[in-house]
Design a protein around this ligand. Sequence first.
Ligand code: TXE
Length: 482
Amino acid sequence: MERILNYIGGSLVPPRSGRFLDNVNPATGQVYSHIPDSDASDVAEAVAAAQQAFPDWAAAVPEVRFRILNRIADLIEADLESFALAESNDNGKPLSVARSVDIPRAVSNFRFFATAAMQFASEAHPMPGQAVNYTLRQPLGTVGCISPWNLPLYLFTWKIAPALAAGNCVVGKPSELTPMTAFLLAKVCIEAGLPAGVLNIVHGLGPSAGQAIVEHPSVKAISFTGGTATGRHIAATAAPMFKKLSLELGGKNPSIVFADCDFEQAVSTAARSAFSNNGQICLCGSRIYVQKPIYEQFRDELVRRVSALRTGDPLAADSDLGALVSRSHWEKVQGYLALAKEEGGRILCGGELIRPEGRCSEGFFLSPAIIEGLDAQCRTNQEEIFGPVVTIQAFETEEEVLQWANGTDYGLAANVWTQDLSRAHRVAERLQMGIVWINCWMLRDLRTPFGGVKHSGIGREGGWEAIRFFTEPKNVCVKYGK
Ligand code: TXE
């Protein structure tokens, strides 16, 4: 059985302890590879390698970083099929989705930030006749990038690429549930000629390997995407050490459909927004609010379309949805279905455990569920489920739906459907979210700031925001006047 290895100091190495963990394919329920159960000693070795590589990487002219990051992008693209298969086996998502969304986006991340390395410019603030100030933006040194299981390579590279482009060295940890694409990335980095120690990938569990990265005194910043509880714990550990923090956490995002919407676009996108990747995307719209005049028509059409989605073997070309990521997550989502019923919700469709024939009969499958009859304050509508379970509810006024939309601890994203231009801007301004989509969902320009407010996190990723995060500004004031 395949053994995943750590990538430290330019080499693929086993964990120092010699201990490995099982890597389960959630579509089959079977162990299909082993991953290092790394601890603080592996992290210490990775940090030492990064520290050693840092002076040369930080001093390299931008063209060097540009060329290597582009080469990494090219090599992932050339082997797209292996990456897509690894992603599907680890995560349970349809191979077609990994092939068309996740891996191409990881390629784009490297290309985008390769270019950023070439284009980055600093500010100057002249004081006429007296002095000129300029801002030197210098890389931080060794930084930690910790990523989750839902979009494994896409989110890992979304952190690593800007950190490297800005001249930092990285100790990264992918989720222990989805390590395989990061292992393939390590092999690609070796082939691309990335200098030893510039990127180090340590596999293992959050409380051991992840915690050791957060605690290491030489790691200057942590860029983390994952659950809110983990984010809170990381913040509590890192804040007293004055580390820079970027935390992309959970969401409980509303889809708000006004009666004057383009019905076809709203209903098809609401379905996509609710159930893409089985609802396991922090940006998924999991609370669907529809204005009264079109509520019944919209609900019935949504139920019809969602009932037609096929949940099954991720490798089958006709599967729209695959397995949930792990047994424990599958059970957690089922727990929320039971809670929704206890709270008085009616399941309009889905919520059934699926047992596909053949190799996937032991996999973690659940058909996509829509629940009606719950109020905005109940736990089902307040807590992040992160699975194929969404609620639908009718609203009357703009004021009412804004209260519901803003009435959770989270504040990541919203999608709003209306043809009324003034209302679109008004609602966007009042939504307490980091991202608002009007008449669309998941339309992303990589230059835009990405992140949430409230318990959805702190800091922003994307474009120059990411480069700024991974650099320290130093003001140099040069007096030339008398
Ligand atoms: O994420 P964790 P989990 C939400 C979603 C999900 C819940 C828990 O609601 O049900 O979070 O998922 C590492 N120090 N999201 O448990 O634990 C861990 O190894 C350092 C939303 O899988 O937050 C992994 O690499 N690192 C989300 C990463 O943190 C630690 C995506 C995320 O794991 C650590 C995923 C520690 N003490 C889950 N403990 C989104 N916003 O996209 C864990 N880790």
